[in-house]
Design a protein around this ligand. Sequence first.
Ligand SMILES: Nc1ncnc2c1ncn2[C@@H]1O[C@H](COP(=O)(O)OP(=O)(O)OP(=O)(O)O)[C@@H](O)[C@H]1O
Length: 343
Amino acid sequence: MPEPLLSIEGLSKTFHVAKSASGNTRLRALDGISLTVGRGETLGLVGESGCGKSTLARTLMMLETPDEGTVSFEGTNPFGLKGKELLAWRRRVQMVFQDPFASLNARMSAGDIIAEPWATHRSLYPTAKARADRVGELLQMVGLRASDARKSPQEFSGGQRQRIGIARALALNPDVIILDEPVSALDLSVQAQVLNLLNELQKELGVSYIFISHDLTVVRHVADRVAVMYLGRIIETGETEEVFDHPRHPYTAALMSASPKLDVSGAQRERIVLKGELPSPLDPPSGCRFRTRCWKAQDICAEVAPEPQVLTAPDGRRHLAECHFPLDAAKGLTSATAAAGAL
Ligand SMILES: Nc1ncnc2c1ncn2[C@@H]1O[C@H](COP(=O)(O)OP(=O)(O)OP(=O)(O)O)[C@@H](O)[C@H]1O
């Protein structure tokens, strides 16, 4: 793995909400998340809706304060910073949002949208000329023309708008960009162009990406490593190819089996149908959070929360999974679909 740039250790976030059926008011959206992001790498973050992906992104953007745990950026915890130091940290993590139509202010020109972050980071480009020149450069970096700065968002296609969103995220020269479903609102052909652009920018600038997506095909294509979330926890993480070829957590296997386009050793044909609904994060199951839907669950799964364990694949590659009964890597996904009762 490349040199860690961002390290997250035991991060938890609780929201206080209206009482659930069991009387709970504490919704633990993140529950002890530990992750690292290397310089210049892409970490894919996957999981069902409501598992906590956006909360993790918002916490890294410092829009939410965690109740426990640390985030460290080359050794500095941003949650302890104030004033100029805090501002400098905020510059380092930027975000691109899913919807390029909703995320750009229709009343501003493309140039003003890209230049907006400099209002709070004035020292970066202090003169009007420096800002105009840099806006032109950023537009060209994302495949648009410098003269496009004068146009309003409505004059651009969806793909072009997302390019403006990327230029805005690059305006502060960040080290990490969180991409929250950056291509899911775009047509397939445009998706490929935007993904290629992101890839080229990463090679050129050495920026790291946290790539949040429901689309496992896209994640397999873009991510160096992948982290799988379930009910506020990372239940499996490792190199993308390794996790996709040898999913060890039953939830990861189920998630992958639901993505028919995935080419997993030719074995990806049958779908694992999970029993039951996704439990509410207000009342998560005891022990292993996945056990109420897991075909491998035994008594211990209700009693003891599994710790992350290092698992070694037949080719020697290793990754982490939180499971008392991890799947057999040698047998792969076919054995999982057979055991789980595939469609
Ligand atoms: N501000 C908030 N107040 C109360 N509950 C919240 C708040 N933000 C998120 N949650 C809850 O926290 C849990 C995680 O939500 P989050 O939006 O992080 O999930 P997600 O994986 O990003 O989902 P999606 O893929 O649908 O965006 C959900 O149960 C959600 O309802």
